[in-house]
Design a protein around this ligand. Structure first.
Ligand code: SF4
Ligand code: MG
Length: 327
């Protein structure tokens, strides 16, 4: 689409990992340049798989990733390398992705030299500048990862990602392992970088409260499917899907208009053999006959708000936001 400077769309089907697990089921996601999209769901919902596919780390067995309207897999040579570099992923545990035997100078500065973005002689200056950018002392350039705290290591991981001049960052639970006070600092760093580096983010988290601070738009996944998506204010003020409402009820920091159910009953079913119909039906307090049989389609509710729930087709939809007003 000419309107989107960057468009990453995927129509993704089955993804096989070691065991053939159908981790994603018809996920179609568009991220516009400059957006921060929060991708939320419980473990096993496929959010990390989707992030890894978008970051180019694992292939989708069905479907495509489009970058600026072009299928990324059909790019060759320099264009393919560029597309790869423009998307970087930042993980939860920075230690496991930082080579313990390398100095920061090489951890951060190696890729931009290898990809010809800078000359070898410019490496130290680049690394020092990047350390400063992410809030680390540039004099730490010759240290090793173990000499940094958890929060500092995550900043190193961010510096390494920035070194190759990405346009798009996939953050997979990037702050989940950090202390609460450090989490806020790293979120602020991400937000500053968004402006100064003109970044686009896919921010993957199990925590809707975290996403509330950072995202423009939220996508909620359940067992491999997108169940609701919309602008952050719509998701928080007018959640449509019972699963979203249940997730919101578990966020301690927001008001409790949605507390008709405070916890989601039941275990998360196995993604290998998900329930029939609406995957959420065994745990949904509003489930009715049709939910066991038929998969609900994602329906447009206006303003980029979409939800997949059969309640939307009932003549009188039970309103679980209104139902507690008499309390
Ligand atoms: Fe609940 Fe049925 Fe809606 Fe699924 S489709 S969320 S089971 S009411
Ligand atoms: Mg995960």
């Amino acid at each position: 689409e000419p309107d989107f400077a960057e468009r990453i769309a995927s129509k993704l089907g089955a993804v096989s990992t070691r065991k053939v697990v159908h981790a994603l089921d018809g996920v179609d996601l568009t991220i516009e340049k400059g957006e921060v999209v929060g991708l939320v769901g419980e473990s096993g919902c496929g959010k990390s798989t989707l992030g890894r596919i978008i970051a180019g780390m694992i292939p989708a067995t069905e479907g495509d990733v489009l970058v600026k309207g072009e299928k990324r897999d059909s790019l060759r040579g320099q264009a393919a390398r560029e597309a790869r570099l423009k998307t970087q992923i930042i993980f939860q545990d920075p230690m496991s992705s930082l080579n313990p035997r390398k100095r920061v100078l090489d951890i951060v500065g190696e890729a931009p030299v290898a990809h010809g973005l800078i000359k070898r002689g410019e490496k130290r200056k680049l690394v020092e500048d990047l350390l400063e950018t992410v809030g680390l002392d540039p004099s730490m350039t010759d240290r090793y990862p173990h000499q940094f705290s958890g929060g500092q290591r995550q900043r190193l991981g961010i510096a390494r990602a920035l070194a190759v001049k990405p346009e798009f960052l996939v953050c997979d639970e990037s702050i989940a392992a950090l202390d609460i006070s450090i989490q806020a600092q790293v979120i602020n760093l991400f937000m500053d970088l968004r402006k100064s580096f003109d970044l686009t983010y896919l921010f993957i988290s199990h925590d809707l409260g975290v996403v509330n601070h950072i995202a423009d738009r939220v996508v909620i996944m359940y067992l491999g499917r997108v169940v609701e998506s919309g602008r952050v204010e719509d998701i928080f003020e007018r959640p449509n899907h019972p699963y979203t409402a249940a997730l919101l009820a578990e966020v301690p920091s927001i008001d409790k208009r949605h507390r008709t159910f405070t916890t989601i009953k039941g275990e998360i079913p196995s993604p290998v053999s998900p329930p029939s119909g609406c995957h959420f039906h065994p745990r949904c307090p509003h489930a009715f006959e049709r939910c066991r049989i038929e998969r609900p389609a994602l329906v447009d509710l206006g303003g980029r708000h979409q939800s997949a729930c059969h309640l939307n087709e009932l003549p009188e939809r039970p309103d679980f936001n209104m139902s507690i007003q008499g309390e």
